[in-house]
Design a protein around this ligand. Structure first.
Ligand code: IMP
Ligand code: MG
Length: 185
């Protein structure tokens, strides 16, 4: 059985201060103070996105709209299959909007690439993307994500919205999953 390790890979305080820095990076990227349409990829984005939105508000960045998109990528519990399907689209027309796309982690990059291509077809004024985590070793496609919280090694992680079989999303830190007998040793 696999469980979440009690020893964080990234502690809650580190995450909090990095998200505040990310908000500053985002503010700098919009020097004319544009209003943002923030689109999150459910379900992984929701904890990070909530924290990020509050940090954006601390910096007086105007958020015009918050919306969500649901995609599923069928595969095993720790491997995404690359077969990305849109389950629920955004409700808003993003034409001429400044869109910030938010996800939990950039793994192979296939999900983000597919979404960036799709949203660009709708002619937003700008489209930038932001992820809490990135696993550079796993990348299969060539995409540029504008704002990245932390680069991590090729390990399956949970917490801050990331799950293992729908568990552990609520953890306020990032940790790896381990065999349960490892905790006894
Ligand atoms: P990609 O299309 O391979 O970049 O996969 C992106 C999605 O796979 C993420 O949005 C996550 O939902 C999921 N994923 C990738 N790596 C992890 C992980 O280490 N823990 C939990 N979910 C992950
Ligand atoms: Mg996800």
């Amino acid at each position: 059985m696999l469980i979440a390790s009690k020893t964080p890979l990234i502690r809650a305080e580190e995450i909090r201060s990095r998200i505040a820095e990310l908000a500053l990076e985002i503010k700098t990227a919009y020097p004319s103070g544009e209003s943002l349409t923030v689109i999150g990829l459910l379900r992984g984005c929701y904890v990070f996105m909530a924290d990020l939105l509050r940090e954006l508000s601390c910096l007086d960045i105007h958020v015009k709209e918050v919306d969500f998109i649901i995609v599923s990528s069928y595969g095993s519990s720790t491997e995404s299959s690359g077969n990305v399907k849109i389950e629920r689209d955004i409700r808003q027309d993003i034409h001429d909007c400044h869109v910030l796309l938010v996800d939990d982690i950039l793994d192979t990059g296939i999900t983000m690439q597919k979404l960036i291509n799709l949203l660009n077809l709708r002619k937003p004024a700008s489209l930038r993307s932001c992820v809490l985590l990135e696993k550079p070793e796993r990348r299969l496609v060539d995409i540029r994500v504008d704002f990245i919280g932390f680069k991590i090694p090729d390990q399956f992680v949970v917490g801050m919205g990331l799950d293992y079989n729908q568990q552990y999303r609520e953890l306020p830190y990032i940790t790896t999953i381990i065999k349960s007998e490892d905790t006894v040793k």
